[in-house]
Design a protein around this ligand. Sequence first.
Ligand code: HEC
Length: 377
Amino acid sequence: MKRKHILTIAAIIAAMYSVAAPSATDRWYSDDLAADGERVYRQNCITCHLEAGKGTSNWQKRDDEGNLPPPPLNGSAHTWHHDIKTLVRTILEGGAKFGGSMPGFKDKLSAREIASVIAYVQSLWPEEKYGTWANAYPDDAETGIPISLEEVSAPAENAAVKARLERLVSAGTPVGDPESTPIAGILGVEAGPRYFYLDDSGRYLILGEMIDLESGENLTELRLAEMRREKLSQFSNEDKVIFPASGEEQAVLDVFTDTICPYCRRLHAEVPELQSAGVTVRYLPFPRSGPEGPGSDEIRSVWCAEDPAAQMTAAKSQSDFQPSNTDCDRADLVEAGYNLGVELGVNGTPAIILPNGLMIPGYRPYQELLQVLGVQQ
Ligand code: HEC
């Protein structure tokens, strides 16, 4: 029974991503190139990314200084989401540009060494991950790494594209570095909670979502989901108000909530059903009218309470709920939660974030949530 259950979850998650059934794929590199790459890897990368690209299992969790640990490169994390250009650029320039800590290898490794180490890293990916990657980037899978790496780095133009986009979005909205997309000449850029496409001159902006008609994937939504997962991991679980699954945990939902919103209350009334089906609900605070607006004191009193879960239930079920203690160390989490929500594109409550980072804006009956999560009642 148990086994069947796990299979169902996997099937539903696969269906959500609509991953095309991968077939055995010819790789773009030769075994020799990958073997050379292993030598390069042992000399330059293994100290951080460990034996066979094993990396740090808890790779999405930042340390006390806010740095991400070296992620696995072996296909278990998300290295296979990146096209060749992005992989090359990461190795050439390191992570500093993105606030990361990986050093750049521009002055250390030759073009061939970089190509070989990427071949080695890709040789660590299971067939299925390589197949998904090759489907997403058929040109890369066909030609592999051009000998001239300048062709794939081109950081100067990207800086111009970024500058144009920065002028366009409202002040203070963080704009990411342009990255290539499956469409040649079209770059993708994260800007606050949104994701834009531009041509590589930075002159033309395209508003909309990119769908891969072959795999059925909404690539824009997947990119945003990845962004949400990363940002959400910065808010630690101890800082959430948690209603744990009863019995064995089957799935977890992160929910931005406001105690005075009627649909948040409705969802909350169904949390016991979710718990008994094996779903943990982790609440983050999101006072809809802002961190000082109406309702924000109610939320602060939940986060300040000795038993936040009990206080959450009281705040959401009593019509005459009076916020008591609203001034404590944890009170600041309300503003932090609100700001994080804005960064993730939350603009109403409840906003439900699925484990894969996809967002459901608004209330859904618990039966529907269980179905989306692939959890049986
Ligand atoms: C000092 C430690 C360190 C060394 C050495 C290092 N890395 Fe990294 N690497 C990281 C960290 C940390 C990250 C996460 C991003 C960041 O913080 O810059 C990362 C990220 C990456 C990524 C992106 C992974 C993803 O899933 O997005 C790739 C690819 C990568 N490294 C490859 C390499 C290769 C190849 C080498 C050797 C040539 C190497 N790294 C050497 C620490 C290191």
